[in-house]
Design a protein around this ligand. Structure first.
Ligand code: AMP
Length: 180
């Protein structure tokens, strides 16, 4: 059992059949709404890193912004957003990735990361890892030195964390749930 799992698990609601039949949506907005649980989650996510070890936290839209902003402040790092297509006002780089049905695309500003900056990738949850893998491609294209990927929830049966580890990344999570 991970050290933070017991306290945090009870603050995550599981919504069956959302957004479609067969998916259990793990809702972390209830965790964000509880001051002590949110603090504990941020404590757990920043724990492996010393201040000054991370230059930038890169958060994936949208829940990754909430977690990543708080982490960046605590780590003394900057924050850069990884957004869905069409939301960023300046020159972007983008990567598309396959979904179960169709595809999606994420973008960053071309100047968001300078070569060899140490970047920590953050999202609320990793499932198949498709989104995070696309984010790794984007960050590496910009020359980032990715120091790890951090999520509150991992769904290990879907293999996302293992896929990121195959790319040479260390993945840290605070809570795991079996199945989808
Ligand atoms: P994936 O690309 O399959 O790893 O999916 C990860 C992204 O989709 C994250 O940004 C999550 O917020 C969201 N997501 C996927 N599955 C779930 C789930 N069961 N509950 C909540 N969010 C999910």
């Amino acid at each position: 059992m991970q050290p933070y799992a017991l306290d945090l698990r009870s603050h995550i609601l599981s919504i069956p059949n959302y957004p479609k039949p067969g998916i259990v949506f793990r809702d972390v907005t209830t965790l964000f709404a509880d001051a002590a649980a949110f603090r504990l989650a941020i404590d757990g996510l920043i724990e492996p890193f010393a201040k000054g070890e991370v230059d930038l936290v890169a958060g994936i839209e949208a829940r990754g912004f909430i977690i990543g902003g708080a982490m960046a402040d605590r780590l003394g790092a900057g924050f850069v957003p990884i957004r869905k297509k069409g939301k960023l006002p300046r020159e972007t780089v983008s990567v598309s990735y396959a979904l179960e049905y169709g595809s999606d695309e994420i973008e960053m500003h071309r100047d968001a990361v300078a070569a060899e900056q140490r970047v920590l990738l953050v999202d609320d949850l990793i499932a198949t890892g498709g989104t995070a893998k696309a984010a790794v491609t984007l960050l590496r294209r910009l020359g980032a030195d990715i120091v790890g990927a951090s999520v509150i929830v991992d769904l290990p049966d879907l293999g996302g964390a293992a896929r990121l580890e195959e790319l040479g990344l260390t993945v840290r999570s605070l809570v795991t749930f079996d199945g989808h």
